[in-house]
Design a protein around this ligand. Sequence first.
Ligand SMILES: *Cc1c(COP(=O)(O)O)cnc(C)c1O
Length: 373
Amino acid sequence: MTAAQTTETLLIPGPTPVPATVTSAMTAAMINHRSESFTELATAVHTGLQAVFQTEQETIVLPAAGTGGMESVIVNLLSPGDRVLAVTIGNFGERFADIAETYGAAVERLAFPWGEAVDCDRLAARLNEDRNGEIKLVLVTHNETSTGVTNPLPDIAAIVRRHGALLAVDAVSSLAAVNFRFDEWQIDVAVSGSQKALMCPPGLAVLAIGERAWQAAAQATMPRYYFDWQGYRKSFHNRHTPYTPAVSLMYGLREALRDILDEGLPTVFARHAAVAELCRQGSTDLGLELFADPRYLSETVTALRPPAGVSPALIRQRMRQRGFVLAGGQGQLKDEIFRIGHLGYIREQDVQRGLDALKTVLAELREEVAVNG
Ligand SMILES: *Cc1c(COP(=O)(O)O)cnc(C)c1O
């Protein structure tokens, strides 16, 4: 694999660099989506997704951003007025809660300070108070991209399972980068997107859906049409889709899944861990401070506080001039942090080159601060 031709290096948590193998797979000739050829393509994609989600449950692919996949979770699992516990540790957790509210669910937020992970004792205590089992669905973000924190998902899943509510997980920036065991952790629904660790361009939401979630979907009355999972399930059995699928992106996804599974999930996870460690070590060596709780540092995105007197926007601007694209802070963290994404088709040398540029940029900016005050 080599990187597709590009003038800048993307060190953002999505979209991520797309390998040339994936780019070229997407140029294959168009086919009829009601054909044997499409059935073959869909079968390969679904089998690959099952391997990556570590599940034997059904998967579906929606032509949508990851947020569309999240919206599909809400409209398929709930009826208006249903009680939802949205566990939030940052911007994407807030988004999941907002979607549920938009559709008329009765959303209670269990929010933790940005930069921290879920406090499992508090989650367990809240669910224990719900003696009549009124909370129907718990929403949680596996890896909170806005703060660079990975939640202890196996512990969270065990707590939710004991209570009995459904558990829906936003795995957009974790799937295929850090361990995610859908079946073993007894997750009900998980959603991800093509443009993060799955090494594809933006445009596909992918979901794994367990049996309890299918049962809930059969009862749920929130309005839905395009995102109605039942239509996808019916078509699924002959490997077709209810509406025209994003065929070219699926060619790309088939190739990316092949590449990921050829590398081997344990190797992929170890690579992400090593690149993340390099990024943290390199950044702290430059005098930068990690934003997140050190116990729950993300292996896909590192959030950093700039040196005193230097704005994150300026760091990003100078890095851009050197050919490296970094991410800013979101929401309340806009002026406080910047972020380095290291997921998907990323190698240590990519991050190392970014760190080398960052060293030069920080030296320049520190000098300017010293001169100009
Ligand atoms: C990127 C991301 C999303 C949103 O994905 P879009 O494709 O931009 O809609 C949701 N959740 C997390 C954790 C993400 O990192």
